[in-house]
Each structure stands twice: as C-alpha cells, then as structure tokens.
Ligand binder design. Structure first.
Ligand code: C5P
Length: 215
C-alpha cells in the first residue's frame, strides 16, 4: 500500500514547522524537518572552522551527514541559532549538497519510519522537487515583520544581544537567497494550497491547514 505524503513548504518562521508537527501528530504520520538537514551540514562546516561558501567543505559534510547527530542535545541546540540558519541557506544553494540529501528525504517519504502510514516533510522544495507527487501540499507564509517577531522571541532567550532588526535582516537575506537560487528555489508548487498565517493564532492556522489538507 502506498504511503500518504504531505508536503509543507514556506519561508523561515512562517509557522510551517509548528503546523507540520501538529499535522503529523493529528494523522499519526512520521515527521521530517528537512531544514534541520541543511542546518546540520552548515553546523558541521562551521564547527570545523570552515566557510559555508566553501563548496568542497559543504559537499563533504552533506555526503557524510550523520543523522544520529540531530538527536544530540548540544548539536540540536546549535542547529537552531541564527548563525546556523544563515549558513544553512548558503550551503543549501550548492546543487551537490542538495543532491546528497535528496535520496534520504525521498526515502523518508516513501518508507516512513516506525511503520507509520504516512509522512509529513517540511522545507522549501518538498512540493516542487523532493515529493512532487505528494498527496497534499501546503505553502505557508506570513509577512516578514511578523516572521521576524516570532523568530526573535524564540532566539532572544538564548542570545539577549539579538535585536528584532538583526533578525528581520537575517530573515530577509535568507528569503532572498532561498527564493533566488538556481537549484530548487523556494517556490509555491502549482498545486499547493497557500496559507498566510500573519493574522492567525497557532490554533487558527492549524484548523485552516487541516481543512486544506483534508480537502
Ligand atoms: O527551515 P529552516 O529555516 O530550518 O531551514 C534552514 C535553511 O535550509 C533554509 O534557509 C534553506 O536555505 C535551507 N532549506 C532548503 N530546502 C529545504 C529546507 C531548508 O534549502 N527543503
């Protein structure tokens, strides 16, 4: 029996991760945060003191990515920083980095772990490139200012020197790089439902997302 796949794409801090996790819990599907894979590649490069724009270093890290690291508390904490996010968008523009992690993402969708009947993947190119035949696709967005406020509230707890203006600038730089790259740019798939969460609470956004994927 073929497994169900739900693709959830959108820019940074649009709420796509929260919604994808909630949908996965609702349907009892497996969940994959594909941004964490690009962040892990970036963090590996940064930890070695290398430049994320160094193609060879980034491709090497992607080809040798150890998924088990994602569960290590220190590594997981450093994955979420603004610095790692920005470096992730640099390594993610490299076609050979994307190619190195494409198979693992597709495999997750086709054979969800834990014997689950379906999988939800969130990212930037799930509906367009990774799982173009997904059963349901969402493209989650929100105004940049709203996204920056959400992300700043999360990050300032760890780094009190961070300003809202810094976070907005990072988000805008990341959006531009993610949407402007040549390989698998961030883009709404033609058959994806668009959901703008700017004025929605998490509960409202979840209800709207559930209605769209159940359509
Ligand atoms: O989703 P998150 O903000 O954690 O993603 C970090 C970065 O990884 C994004 O800015 C983007 O450059 C990259 N990414 C990607 N394709 C995906 C998921 C994330 O290029 N499917």
């Amino acid at each position: 029996m073929s497994q169900k796949i739900i693709a959830v794409d959108g820019p940074a801090a649009s709420g796509k991760g929260t919604l994808a996790r909630r949908l996965a819990a609702h349907f009892d599907y497996a969940y994959l945060d594909t941004g964490a894979l690009y962040r892990a590649v970036a963090l590996t490069v940064l930890t070695k003191g290398q430049d994320p724009a160094n193609t060879k270093a980034a491709v090497d890290a992607a080809q040798n990515l150890d998924m088990a690291q994602l569960d290590e508390p220190d590594f997981a904490r450093n994955l979420r920083t603004a610095e790692t996010g920005l470096a992730a968008s640099i390594v993610a523009a490299e076609p050979d980095v994307r190619a190195a992690i494409l198979t693992a993402q597709r495999h997750f969708g086709e054979t969800p772990p834990g014997g689950k009947q379906g999988a939800i993947l969130d990212g930037r190119d799930i509906g367009t490139v990774v799982c173009p035949d997904a059963d349901a696709k969402l493209f989650i967005t929100a105004q940049a200012q709203v996204r920056a406020e959400r992300r700043w509230k999360e990050l300032v707890v760890q780094d009190t020197s961070l300003t809202l203006a810094n976070v907005l600038a990072d988000i805008e730089a990341r959006d531009a790089r993610d949407a402007g790259r040549a390989t698998a740019p961030m883009k709404q798939a033609a058959d994806a439902h668009l959901l703008d969460t700017s004025d929605l609470s998490i509960e409202e956004a979840f209800a709207a997302a559930l209605a769209l994927v159940s359509d």
